[in-house]
Structures are given as structure tokens and as C-alpha cells.
Design a protein around this ligand. Structure first.
Ligand SMILES: *Cc1c(COP(=O)(O)O)cnc(C)c1O
Length: 396
């Protein structure tokens, strides 16, 4: 890594996030947008080296690009990784990990309650390629290791905090699994809240579309970890073609500068809303890692620097209450995605998961009145007041 701060471990992550990924900037303070598909090759020998090697940033932008490389360097530095590879989306990164590392006859252990796109990939695409998947309950201690088949399991996939109920997976436990490669989707946490590689996990993936880019204007993913594994993925990624756009990578670097303060504000705001919800008769369970009532509150406090801005709760009034509630909100907006400045809500049972049976809904951790909230950067009093008026509309 060429970053100026790489040799100064004393800097706090928030400071590093502001300075990382700027090594190729000349004297420009802000990241430079390299909006070019191709680069003039200085010599035939250099062209051959770039075409056949790993990580060329000035050959052809599907292979690499200087703006994208800046973003990759920044993520590698923040995750404490040897290297990173950016993708066109979080799913681009996750599908590259799964299809780039696994072959026919391999076996994957994954957690049951996980991002819906990841679940679909594992349930519908993997079987077509003869890759078996075992789903486990991630909150049950030892469940991942118990499902590993020695000599057959090649990959263990975890997500923490996880969709949709903010379950927490013990990173030490994943890191200690010997044999298969281990990967953690750390999207909800970002590298400023937890660093899975420090716990012995092999690869960390992010949908940088979310809090990292942080402004709902970039679709971006990234994988970071050991150079050997990420470089192995590189040869698949170049053919997969889900490479990050320089513009989105630039917005990823822009987002990193303010990630520290945004996470603090979102965590504080989420705490205010979660505590308000906990006392309300219209509300059943409230899930937020910072609440003492979260079943894994102690684990969350141990491995996460902040509880984060995601919270999930159940309206006792079920489907009808959920629909009325999300439509009655005035500041919080009904939209999928998370980690941005605006507070967003989803009501999975009436939108994204409308075709699931009650049994399937329950297995996914979703009740008829489940609401997921991505808390934004608004004033906490305005958010609490908005939630209060929307609850008043559904009645007790
Ligand atoms: C959004 C999300 C993804 C997928 O990312 P995209 O950028 O939408 O492809 C993967 N994992 C988690 C936890 C997510 O929230």
C-alpha cells in the first residue's frame, strides 16, 4: 500500500478514513475522477505484464482504474487487510466470492437470516452449479463449526449485524473455524464499527452502496482480506465484469471522509428512537444492538464500537398496522436501502416479502408487523415526534 498513513498505526480509524486512498492524487485534495476506459500502454512488455498480472490500475478499466484503486486502498487500510477489490455492487462482491471461490461438489455453510440477495444466490444459483449449501442459526453458539464437513466445506458465510432482526454473529467464533475460507458481510457495521479480519476471518465484504458511500448516490461493493485470496478472486472478477465504476468509487471515497461522524449521529438517533419505541403499547419487540434487551447485547458491546443506525421492531397490530404506520410517517420515507442521511423505513411483509407464506416469513425473521428502520442524520426530536404521530394513527 502506498498510503501516507500506512506506517502510522497510532492514528484512529476516523482520522484514517479522512486521509486514506489519496496516494494517487498528485496535489489535488479531493479524489480525482479517472473517467477513462483505457490507458496508453508505454511498452509491449508493460502491456503484457498488465494483461496477465493482478491489479493493473492503468491498463483497461475492467481490470482496474486509479480512482477505484484509491477506494480499494482506503478500504484495505481501514479493514487492516493486505488488499481489496471493488465491485459494481455489494452483490457483485458477494457473487464473486461465492462463484470465484467455489466449484461443483463444494459445500457452503451460511446463516439462515441473511440479506435476501445473498440468500437467493445461495438457494437458486449455487444448486445449478452443484454447490451444496447448509443454512444454520447464527445465534446458536457453535452452529457454523458444527455444520462444516471436513474436506468438503470450502466457504463459511456470515453477516453481522444481520438482516432483518439485527442478529449478531460472534466474530471470534467465525475466525476460529479451521479448514474452509470464512467471509463476513459487515455492511451494517462498516470498518469503523468492527473489523472482522482482526478476529481471524479471511475475507470481509461490504455493500458500500450503504453507509460507506453513505449518500444514496453510489452503487458499490468491496471485498478485502489476504492478498492470496483477493488476487485469486481478481481473475474471476475480471471475467465476471462487475467492476466498480470510477464515479461510484469516487463517491465511496467521499463517503468515507464523514463516515465516523455519521455513524455516531445515526447511533445516537437510533438509540433515541429505540428507547421511545420500547415504551409504547403499539410495539412488540424492538431490536437494536445498543438496547440492553437485545438478546446478544453483551456480544454486540464487545465486538462493535457503536450500535449503528439500523433498528427493527414489530407492530402488534400486524400487517394493517404496518401499512398504516409506514404511510403515516412524514420525515422517515418508505424506501429500501440503508446507511444514508435520510431515515428510511421498510415494511417487508407488505412489500419485498409479500409473496412469502406466513411460515416462510417467520423463517426469515419477519412478522406481519415487522418494520425495519435505517436511521438518518435528522434531529432526534424530529424523528421521535414523527414516529409518535405515525403510531397515533394506527391506535393501540
Ligand atoms: C444491500 C446489501 C447487500 C447488497 O448490496 P448491493 O450494493 O445492493 O448489491 C448485501 N449485504 C447487505 C447486508 C446489504 O445490506
Amino acid at each position: 500500500m502506498t498510503d501516507a498513513d500506512a506506517g502510522t498505526p497510532a492514528l484512529h480509524p476516523e482520522t484514517r478514513a479522512i486521509r486514506a486512498g489519496r496516494a494517487d492524487n498528485d496535489t489535488a485534495l479531493a479524489p480525482i475522477l479517472w473517467a477513462t476506459t483505457t490507458f496508453v500502454t508505454p511498452t509491449v512488455e508493460e502491456g503484457r505484464r498488465m494483461a496477465t498480472g493482478v491489479g493493473a490500475a492503468r491498463f483497461y478499466s475492467r481490470y482496474g482504474n486509479p480512482t477505484v484503486a484509491g477506494f480499494e486502498d482506503a478500504i484495505a487500510q481501514l479493514e487492516g487487510a493486505e488488499t481489496a477489490r471493488a465491485f459494481a455492487s455489494g452483490m457483485g462482491a458477494i457473487s464473486a466470492v461465492v462463484l470465484g471461490l467455489c466449484s461443483t461438489g463444494d459445500h457452503i455453510v451460511a446463516q439462515r437470516q441473511i440479506y435476501a440477495g445473498t440468500q437467493m444466490l445461495l438457494q437458486t444459483v449455487c444448486p445449478r452449479f452443484g454447490i451444496d449449501v447448509t443454512f444454520v442459526d447464527a445465534t446458536e453458539p457453535g452452529a457454523f463449526a458444527a455444520a462444516v464437513i471436513p474436506g468438503k466445506t470450502t466457504l463459511v458465510i456470515a453477516e453481522t449485524p444481520a438482516n432483518p432482526r439485527l442478529d449478531i454473529v460472534d466474530l471470534d467464533e467465525i475466525g476460529a473455524i479451521a479448514g474452509p475460507m470464512t467471509v463476513v458481510d459487515s455492511t451494517f457495521a462498516t470498518p469503523l464499527i468492527q473489523r472482522p479480519l482482526d478476529h481471524g476471518v479471511d475475507l470481509v465484504v461490504h455493500s458500500a452502496t450503504k453507509a460507506i458511500a453513505g449518500h444514496n448516490d453510489a452503487t458499490l461493493g468491496v471485498v478485502a482480506g489476504e492478498a492470496e485470496l483477493v488476487n485469486w478472486l481478481y481473475s474471476f472478477a475480471v471475467l465476471q465484469g462487475a467492476n466498480a465504476s470510477p464515479f461510484d468509487a469516487m463517491n465511496g471515497l467521499r463517503g468515507l471522509r464523514t463516515l465516523g461522524v455519521r455513524l455516531e449521529r445515526q447511533s445516537a438517533n437510533a438509540g433515541a428512537v429505540a428507547r421511545f419505541l420500547e415504551g409504547r403499547p403499539e410495539v412488540g419487540e424492538v431490536r437494536w444492538p445498543g438496547l440492553e434487551s437485545h438478546p446478544q447485547h453483551e456480544l454486540a458491546s464487545r465486538q462493535m464500537a457503536l450500535p449503528g443506525g439500523l433498528l427493527t421492531f414489530d407492530l402488534v397490530g400486524g400487517l394493517e398496522a404496518g401499512r398504516t404506520f409506514v404511510e403515516a410517517l412524514e420525515i422517515a420515507q418508505l424506501a429500501t436501502s440503508l446507511g444514508g442521511p435520510e431515515t428510511l423505513v421498510t415494511h417487508p411483509a407488505s412489500t419485498t416479502h409479500v409473496n412469502l407464506t406466513p411460515g416462510e416469513l417467520e423463517a426469515s425473521g419477519i412478522g406481519p408487523g415487522t418494520i425495519r428502520v435505517s436511521i438518518g442524520l435528522e434531529h432526534p426530536d424530529d424523528l421521535v415526534a414523527d414516529v409518535a404521530q405515525a403510531l397515533a394513527r394506527i391506535g393501540a
